[in-house]
Design a protein around this ligand. Sequence first.
Ligand code: NAD
Length: 494
Amino acid sequence: MTDWKSRAAALYDGGFRPMFIDGKWVPAASGEVMDARNPANGELLATVPKGAAADIDAAVAAARRAFDGPWSKFTPFERQALLLRIAERFEAEWETLCLSDTLDMGMPIARTLANSRRVLGMLRFYAGQAVAIHGQTIPNSFPGEILSQTVKEPIGVVGAIIPWNAPIAGSVWKIAPAIATGCTVVLKPSEEASLTVLLIARLMAEAGLPDGVLNVVTGHGADAGAALAAHPGVDKIVFTGSTATGQAIARAATGTLKHVSLELGGKSPVIVCRDADMDKAVPVAAMAVFANSGQICIAGSRLFVAREIHDEFVARVADFAGRLRIGHGIDPDTEIGPIISARQSQRIEGFLGLGIEEGARAFTGGARHEAPGLEGGHYIAPTVFGGVTDAMTIAREEIFGPVISAMPFDTLDEVVERANATPYGLAAGIFTNHLGTAHKLSRRIRAGSVWVNMYHAIDPAVPFGGMKMSGYGREGGLEHMYEYLQTKAIWINT
Ligand code: NAD
């Protein structure tokens, strides 16, 4: 069995970890650094550069040089081979990558290890697509005289900004289609979780990624992130994060009319119909929120249960929640890891207080969890609120923590209306054994992903993204690749 503790001590020792620009490992131009701490116990893992506008300038210039220069000479088959080599490198170092993620952002090791299929699949899926990109020959009004055709060209330099809650999948999903299409990338990870993204850059460089194709600038959103979003040398911004930041980025991008795709927040409904298979639905509905301590954009945080089964179902979800093992993510048995930071934990505690104040009742949880020996970390007990109404703050706002708001419903028409009564539209879950109900409800819910009798499924080949204030653009599948391409029409007078 892997000795995660000794491997952890060998991986990060509190030293300085530079960032990656133009194939070189460099400090910030200002020389400033910021701490990378383990959210499980607050220990210092490393310091990383506190990059800002000057570093973004250098990274964008490197990405432009690579895009116009050597990288543009790579054939689709060479880009495919590179992606496959990266996938192999990742597979060989998978445990180290997962360990880094667990230390850096707290996700339990069992969960990061289980994500491999999806992340390695992303690299291999886009490797397959790299050689399949093509335009069309299109009939026009001058047959035999003028030839008109389309070609698909890479959009250029892509600025990618990601949150802290899934650094491996979050960054790979943005880099893989860029490599497939021939774009270059400047990636800014979250200031809360930079280390695994730096490790990803190292593995990609070792697999032969040319200088400047991927640049990672660590730093805060307000300086490095804002500089990237507004930069005139960037052709497209792909962003994952909160809706408020997404709005700021869309505004910043209008100055240069750069393309933007946004994967934003959610307040996803989970609907349990009276004919649902309770034994199967209880753990899935619970983990729809509690996975990664609720720090997932698709968290199914509004639990609508048919009135006939509401009390029993919610009691069983609360019982399940109460038995989840909370602790350091490095322990293979841990199911609920820490909250990323004191600030985020206080924000969640604020919602817990508001829930009670506005009249909800906590069937389980409802407070911080004190984990022995982990006093420097922040833990929230998985919480199930009953007696919730649609108007309560906990039923309306994205909490980004392990908190369920359970509510009964009477008719399908009513629950569709209530499920859709949110500015968000990221995801939804439906539990029913009736095919007609599954079909009708899934079509009527306004969300980018709807799962029936399951939750969380995300696959490299299937598009994922939001409707309404959950953003626009898709990640995954062919649609994602087309986000990195633009169409040129060529006319040839024969
Ligand atoms: P955040 O919006 O605070 O930060 C996300 C990233 O944006 C970070 O790298 C941050 O440094 C950067 N940033 C902050 N201000 C910026 C600015 N003015 N200009 C440019 N960049 C800026 O989000 P977070 O707290 O890191 O993550 C949680 C949020 O992300 C939640 O709302 C969650 O729903 C959302 N999220 C969405 C998805 C999705 O796929 N839809 C996935 C994961 C997380």
